[in-house]
Structure formats: C-alpha cells, structure tokens
Unconditional design. Structure first.
Length: 134
C-alpha cells in the first residue's frame, strides 16, 4: 500500500482545528482523546487529511500513556487465563497438556508455576510465542 496523498492546505486546516502537540498534562491528554473520538465517529467519512491527523494524535496519546501509565507485562498465569477466555475454553480443555484436573486448576489459579515443558505445549496449543508462559 502506497503513502496517502494528502492536500497540504486541507491538512493544515485539520491541524489548525485539533492543534495536536506533545502531551504534557492530563488535561491535554483528555482534550486529545476527545479530538480522536470526534474523528473516529466520522469513520468512513474521514478525509485522507483527517486520517493523517488521527494517526498523529494516536501516536501522541500512545507516547503520553506509555510514559505516564506504563502497563506491566501480564504474568504467565494471567496470559493463560486471558487466552482461555478469548477462545471460550474451560480448564478441561487443557487436560491433554496437564494430564490432571487438579494440576490444571492449580496452574490456572496461580498455585503452581508453568513448567518450561508445559510452556512449550501451551505455546503450541494456543499458537503463540512460548515467552508468554515463561
């Protein structure tokens, strides 16, 4: 896919309306989120210039949030529970890997660590990198 062709005059008008800048305060963060929401609501009616401004604002928001509200990586157990929920799986669906209902329950409830062998099997089962379970 090639680069979007935008009209610089139209783009300047969009930028003048939203005034995007590096976000330094919570208030500026809220304002930028509101501007993004307005553009998102236009969905397929956005112009190429609005899409370009939207991309810029999303990057500014992401930079601010990563700096001020960093997310910690989920634990292997949290990742396992998340993947099970996303796929509508029950603990019984993991019996081929863990071989015992009690063992599955202890792993899911964070009472037992995920071994390297099980991490590899879970990665294969969910088709995700093994690093998510280690």
């Amino acid at each position: 896919m090639g680069a979007l062709v935008i009209d610089n005059k139209k783009y300047a008008r969009v930028l003048a309306k939203v005034l995007p800048r590096v976000i330094a305060t919570g208030e500026e963060h809220e304002r930028m989120l509101a501007e993004v929401e307005k553009l998102m609501d236009k969905s397929e009616h956005r112009t190429a210039e609005e899409d370009t401004a939207l991309d810029l604002m999303v990057r500014l928001i992401k930079d601010y949030e990563e700096e001020h509200h960093p997310l910690r990586d989920p634990s292997p157990h949290e990742m396992l529970v998340y993947l099970m929920e996303q796929r509508g799986l029950k603990q019984a669906d993991l019996l081929p890997i863990f071989k015992s209902r009690g063992y599955v329950s202890e792993v899911v409830d964070s009472k037992r660590a995920i071994s390297k062998v099980h991490a590899r099997q879970l990665a294969e089962f969910f088709r995700v990198p093994v690093s998510l379970f280690i």
